[in-house]
Design a protein around this ligand. Structure first.
Ligand SMILES: [Ca+2]
Ligand SMILES: [Ca+2]
Ligand SMILES: [Ca+2]
Length: 194
């Protein structure tokens, strides 16, 4: 009986470890002509998120000393996306935009940083490196990615689409339920005890 309780306890710990590793992160980046600029964030945490805890920073030309900051508001439901666009973006973008902000004043050589509850959880671009990585393009997070990454991995985590591909803005799908990110394995949890 004690053995059974131990197993049940460990299973609960494993589930908790899994839950902690589910995240909020950037799911899409849009940079087009003129002010056509937007990004999308996705809530894969398993619970609804208080967006007043979510802060987006734009490091202009990737400079850590030239920063525009946006604090979101409202609630983002689990499995839903939130779209922020430049106020002068194309009407087709604004139609599916939840919030407009000057924080979308990026043109391809900048850093976008996402913080949740005071912790940086995802980043596009590299601070202090103003080489162009995201001009006239659309980047969508791969369906296998279930968490943010503070080290921008353009080749490993993002699919590139041509300028003007806005058809996925406002929606995001993942197979995180199946792949489950890099959560701790059952044997890893067990090794804490045995
Ligand atoms: Ca552009
Ligand atoms: Ca720039
Ligand atoms: Ca999308």
């Amino acid at each position: 009986m004690i053995r059974l309780f131990t197993v049940l306890l460990l299973m609960m710990i494993a589930v908790a470890a899994f839950a902690q590793d589910r995240c909020i992160y950037f799911s899409e980046y849009v940079e087009g002509a003129g002010s056509d600029a937007a990004f999308e964030i996705y809530n894969a945490t398993g619970e609804d998120i208080d967006l007043s805890l979510v802060v987006i920073d734009l490091l202009i030309d990737s400079s850590p000393s030239e920063v525009l900051t946006l604090t979101l508001s409202g609630v983002l439901q689990n499995g839903d996306v939130y779209v922020v666009a430049h106020p002068d973006a194309d009407a087709a973008i604004l139609m599916i935009t939840d919030m407009t902000s000057e924080v979308c004043s990026f043109d391809g050589n900048d850093v976008l940083r996402l913080s949740h509850d005071g912790t940086i959880v995802d980043m596009l671009g590299v601070p202090e490196d103003d080489s162009v990585w995201g001009a006239d393009t659309v980047l969508r997070r791969l369906v296998t990615i279930c968490c943010g990454n503070v080290v921008f991995d353009s080749a490993g985590e993002w699919a590139v689409y041509p300028i003007g591909s806005w058809d996925s803005l406002g929606e995001h799908t993942t197979n995180c339920e199946v792949v489950a990110g890099d959560h701790r394995s059952w044997s890893g949890v067990k090794s804490d005890f045995w």
